[in-house]
Ligand binder design. Sequence first.
Ligand SMILES: C=C(O[C@H]1C=CC=C(C(=O)O)[C@@H]1O)C(=O)O
Length: 446
Amino acid sequence: MSTPSLTALTPAPGHSRGLRSITVAHGSMDPRTGLLEYVVRNDAHTWIRRGGGLVAYGETARFTVTGPDRFTRAQEWWRRELAGAEVLDELSVPGSGLIAFGSFAFSKTSAHESRLIVPEVVVGCSEGMSWLTYITDDADAELTAEAAEAALAAYLVEPDAGRSPSPGDRLGPGVLSEDQYKVAVAEGVKHVRAGELSKLVLARDVVAHLDTPVATAQVLRELAVRYEDCWTYAVDGLIGSTPEMLIKVEDSTARARVLAGTLDRASAPADDPGYATRVLAGSEKQLHEHQIAIDSLTETLGPFTSSMTSHSEPFVLQLPNVWHLASDVMAQLTVDEDGLVPTSLALVQALHPTAAVCGTPTTVAGALIRELEHLQRGPYAGPVGWIDAGGNGEWGIALRGAVVETPTRVRLYAGCGIVEGSQPEAELAETWSKFRPMIEALGLSR
Ligand SMILES: C=C(O[C@H]1C=CC=C(C(=O)O)[C@@H]1O)C(=O)O
């Protein structure tokens, strides 16, 4: 397997025949809002958690691809772009310098285009540092702090208006009705009981029809404030706030957050603080589902690492809508004889799709998803995130999100892990708990 390396992705300084970028320190940020003050336009690309991360505007380059080799081809394109690039970066931290935002289709057979987008301006904030990056393909453009500030100012000058819920806004069914979804779950359980697979993830969609155009920036700000432990993403109309980190690479350290096992907070008794721990961490079914997800990640990540640690027991992650059983995994990536480690995108390629969104074994689950779901997942449950010139990056799984299909039509997706003990009615209810972040951020009710 050829894994692009950190060094192979590092652009040569001083000669340019393509992308050119400058990164400068950017004034201090309001600690209460962090990056959110920059999420003012509906075309923002975002990757935000607890006020930090990246917000970007504009598009200097784009690569689109479909098919089973979408990750390899995207990496090749990124390497080619970097090879001819000129990069001035006074910070040189993960996420500074040249970066691309990306979103990949869940399925290798999907007609949906996976994409890498190199923005024009990026505001970044991490560990008390803030920076501004300006990226151009104009050989004559000046790479100065003033040029970067001017490029950012041009995007911020006209913020998009928010919207208020309208009486005509409504939530309609998606491809499968609720009853059809329950039938699909029951079918899935039969296959699990027959021993064909141990876990299968079945998803469904619902469609928000709005009276007036969706105010994406407002939706993203609401998601980022409410779901501050999640990663609020926006890439080209794919928006949401995911609690699941597929892989994060910072130099030679990789991290992942694996989730599986869900409990709706809406149905919890108010006066029982031990409820989530008892019901989730005390449930054989939930622990089994979680173990399958952990095993799938660690088995695949193992060959890339020299050491790996995770807690022996999952913890209960509390989000505003649900509790999850969660495990954080940290690994040291193996450094090869040339001193190189795999890039974040190379690891994405190896890890996707995990048991959290597909099932185990992957091929059996993938075939059953196609047979039972009747849904074009598109970018739902695919990797979403960013990569920099050094190969660092953060790639979440595009969950708890939606695709803005037209200014007034937004498609929401949610799925559930199906194991032997799954009940169709309970899984249907669980999809509603997973739709809730988007339903509320859009100002809708069920
Ligand atoms: C497939 C989804 O969630 C996955 C991630 C966490 C917990 C899950 C579960 O408990 O079923 C799912 O595997 C989704 O949110 O659409």
